[in-house]
Design a protein around this ligand. Structure first.
Ligand code: SF4
Ligand code: F3S
Length: 107
């Protein structure tokens, strides 16, 4: 089992999550972060840190967001590791809470 980054991270990317991860298992794309499912130790520390409430345990993913399990697994293999917080994307305030952002996911 693993934690999973879902839709509301897209176009926000606050990165508060990476600071608390004890195993540095976040990977960064242009406008989204993912968690490597084989590296995550299920500690749950990141979940409350996300201002966008985009992180869920794999077994508690909201209906309609199941595809993010595969998206995290796929992109964690190709994107670079991120271990330090950085500025959120400038458009984060406008996009936080917008639904269906997967169409804007940049790979
Ligand atoms: Fe890292 Fe723990 Fe979050 Fe997994 S649950 S991504 S190990 S902080
Ligand atoms: Fe994304 Fe939330 Fe982390 S918006 S970058 S999962 S703090």
């Amino acid at each position: 089992m693993s934690f999973v980054v879902t839709d509301n991270c897209i176009k926000c990317k606050y990165t508060d999550c990476v600071e608390v991860c004890p195993v540095d298992c976040f990977y960064e794309g242009p406008n989204f972060l993912v968690i490597h499912p084989d590296e995550c130790i299920d500690c749950a520390l990141c979940e409350p840190e996300c201002p966008a409430q985009a992180i869920f345990s794999e077994d508690e993913i909201p209906d309609g967001m199941e595809e993010f399990v595969a998206i995290n697994a796929e992109l964690a293999e190709v994107w670079p590791n991120i271990t330090e917080k950085k500025d959120a994307l400038p458009e984060a305030p406008e996009w936080d809470g917008v639904t269906g952002k997967v169409q804007h996911l940049e790979r």
